[in-house]
Design a protein around this ligand. Structure first.
Ligand code: GDP
Length: 302
C-alpha cells in the first residue's frame, strides 16, 4: 500500500508549488493563507473550491488558536478530506447479477487498462467477469482486449466491425445466461464535441436497456488525471448524454492536477459531484485503488 501511496504523493506534488515547503519555518499569518490558496489553484482545484477551502481553514485556525504552521497543514488536510468525502463511494458487488457496467471516455484516458485491472480485481473477489469489446472500429483495440481475456481466463465478447450497441446487447444477454457477476462494456474513445459519437454512446446505453431493463447499473467515465479543468467539461457532457454513476481518474501518479477532484466535489462549472470509485496510480495491476478522501488529501499536501 505504501508504495502506491508514495507514487500518488510524488505525482501530485509535481507542481513546483510544493505544499510541504510552504509550511516550513513560517508564521501562521495571512501570507501563509494566500500562498496556500495559490497552491491549491495551481493544483487545479479551481478558484471557488480554493476560496471555500481557505475560508474553512481560516475559521478553524482562528477558532482553535493555532500558531504552528505544521498544525495548519494537519487542519488543511482535514478540511480538504471533508470537502472530498462526498465523492467517496464503494463499488457494490453484492447485488443481483450481473452488474452491468459501461465505460466511456476520450481516447487514451485509460479505459482498456482500467477494465483489465478491474476484471482481475473482481475475479479475485470471486466474481465471474465478462467483457465486451465495444470498440468495433479499431481492430487493434479489440484484439488487445481479446488477447488479454484469453491470458486471464476472462470471456470477451467481440465482433468484427458492425454496431457497438449490438455487441453490448449480446454481452448483457450472454452475461445473464452464464450467470456472470459483472459485465463490463468497453466503448470506443470519443470527445464530447464529436456529436455523432455522443449519439452513438446514447444508443449503446439504450440498447443495453433492451437486454435488461434495469441495466446499465453503472455508467463510468474514465478521466486522465492530467486533463485538469477540461475534465469538468468532459464530465458534464458525458453526464448529460448517458447519466454517469461514477468516475475513474487515472494517471494520478504523474500529474500535479489532482486538485481537479476538489472542483468536482464543489460542483464547479455545473458538474454534479459524481463519486470517484477508483484512482489509477500506475500501469501495474495493483495500481487501481479505491478513492479514499483522507488518503488523497494527504497525498495532495505531500
Ligand atoms: P484507452 O484508450 O482509454 O483505452 O486507454 P488505455 O487503457 O489504452 O491507456 C492509455 C495509456 O495510459 C496506456 O499506455 C496505459 O498503460 C496508460 N495508463 C492507464 N492508466 C494509467 C495510470 O493510472 N498511470 C499511468 N502511469 N499510466 C496509465
Amino acid at each position: 500500500k505504501a508504495s502506491w501511496l508514495n507514487r500518488l504523493k510524488t505525482g501530485l506534488s509535481r507542481t513546483g508549488q510544493n505544499f510541504t515547503s510552504l509550511f516550513i519555518g513560517v508564521k501562521v499569518d495571512e501570507d501563509l493563507f494566500e500562498e496556500l490558496e495559490t497552491a491549491l489553484i495551481m493544483a487545479d482545484t479551481g478558484v471557488d473550491a480554493a476560496v471555500s477551502l481557505l475560508k474553512s481553514l481560516r475559521a478553524r485556525v482562528k477558532q482553535e488558536r493555532i500558531e504552528d504552521a505544521q498544525q495548519v497543514k494537519v487542519v488543511l488536510r482535514e478540511v480538504l478530506a471533508a470537502h472530498l468525502r462526498p465523492l467517496e463511494k464503494t463499488f457494490a458487488l453484492d447485488r443481483p447479477y450481473p452488474v452491468v457496467t459501461m465505460l466511456a471516455g476520450v481516447n487514451g484516458a485509460g479505459k482498456t487498462t482500467s477494465i483489465g485491472k478491474l476484471a482481475r480485481t473482481f475475479q479475485n473477489q470471486g466474481k465471474k467477469v465478462l467483457l465486451a469489446a465495444g470498440d468495433t472500429f479499431r481492430a487493434a483495440a479489440r484484439e488487445q482486449l481479446v488477447e488479454w481475456g484469453a491470458r486471464n481466463n476472462v470471456t470477451v465478447i467481440a465482433q468484427d466491425g458492425g454496431d457497438p450497441a449490438a455487441v453490448a446487447f449480446d454481452a448483457v444477454q450472454s452475461g445473464k445466461a452464464r450467470g456472470m457477476g459483472v459485465v463490463m462494456i468497453d466503448t470506443a474513445g470519443r470527445l464530447p464535441t464529436q456529436l455523432h459519437l455522443m449519439e452513438e454512446i446514447k444508443k449503446i446505453k439504450r440498447v443495453i436497456g433492451k437486454a435488461d431493463p434495469t441495466a446499465p447499473h453503472e455508467v463510468l467515465l474514465v478521466i486522465d488525471g492530467n486533463t485538469g479543468q477540461n475534465a469538468l467539461a468532459q464530465i458534464k457532457a458525458f453526464d448529460q448524454a448517458i447519466g454517469l454513476t461514477g468516475l475513474i481518474v487515472t494517471k494520478l501518479d504523474g500529474t500535479a492536477k489532482g486538485g481537479i477532484l476538489a472542483a468536482v466535489a464543489a460542483g464547479a462549472q455545473g458538474v454534479r459531484p459524481i463519486p470517484v470509485y477508483w484512482i489509477g496510480v500506475g500501469e501495474g495491476i495493483e495500481d487501481l485503488q479505491p478513492f479514499v478522501a483522507d488518503e488523497f488529501a494527504g497525498a495532495v499536501l505531500g
